[in-house]
Ligand binder design. Sequence first.
Ligand SMILES: [Zn+2]
Length: 407
Amino acid sequence: MLLRNCRYLVTQNAARDILERVDVLIEDNCIKEVGKGLARRFPKEESVDCSERIVMPGLINAHTHLGMSGMRGFSDDKELAAWLAEIIEAEHARDHKQILAEATLGVKECIRLGTTCCCDMYSPGDVAAEAAAKSGMRLVNCPAFFTAHHALSANDIVKHLPVKRYPSIISMALGPHSIYGTDEGFLKATRAFATEHKMIIHIHVAETRKERVECKERTGLLPVEYLDSIGFLGPDVLIAHAVWLTKGELDILAARGVKVVHCPQSNMKLAGGGVMPLAEMHERGIVVALGTDSAASNNSLDMFREMHTAALLHKHHYWDATAAPAQTVLDMATRDGARALGLSDVGSIEPGKLADVILLDTTDINLQPLAKERIVSHLVYSASGLNVSEVIVDGKLLIRDKKFPIR
Ligand SMILES: [Zn+2]
């Protein structure tokens, strides 16, 4: 496939080059070549006219619960405990078929709005994988584990992993829900299993002040200190939220190479208070990705909205308009998201990378006036997922002319 005459190509390569009027050759599931004149050299290649398109890497949503997508608008504007009680009751009332239908809805929303890869945590552990495999979206699938209601042992980890073999766009990881949702023995078992099987571990950490106080009362340690004390942390651990942390805990995260997913809209909607210390994380070299969390607490899976909110939140919080600049936030949703998930082959458009690419319609009114030096600004401050016109995952065209699905 040839992306012909790209008006702008936002490569997100190391130099953050934005190229004009170039072609992108995709062969099988890989980006083979980027440059001018490819259309002349490959005249028979199936091509997409990109003369009115911004071409960029697909967005990476590093924290979702796709199986909750049917709960959008079901419980809003409620205090956290009341909200959670309603959500849990509704979750337990559904059967497997309904949960799969909700996960499919979530995957379709992601694809339509320009997300080509998610990291999803949910139980049952097969629904997101089923939905993503069927729709063609890349997924890091993290079956969720809770021991709060019944004990789990190391043997139970295998039982909760899907037995079915999925295509290469689906990778498996482990999702112990949280410190308060899983006991210490199981956290240690998860750590050992992940090391043995080279899987990443995804867990909610320091989302609320309550979690921090309870952890301190129960263990004498703050959440990150506690996880470090049981040998849990490492470069294969991805923690979601990471709002209520001390500088000492940030130092531990940096020393262990732990990755973070920032979920600003979910945190704000559930009124978690505090703001994730983004600048302090970046100062320490911590890799920070971006995620929406579920449609029950966001209520959108649109990563363009999430980028916008992240950029604004940190400027407001630090009283500093230079905080969280557009390029930094775009990095979080693309190349840093890929690093956080351990996916070295996505997150930028360069020869040799996997072809996860999205196109935006340059004729849309909210992207005017169009100029090379304004593209990154437009993507973060003005665009929405509805500007996405084509979506390619693993070399397959899933959306064409904003129509979904084409297969
Ligand atoms: Zn979550």
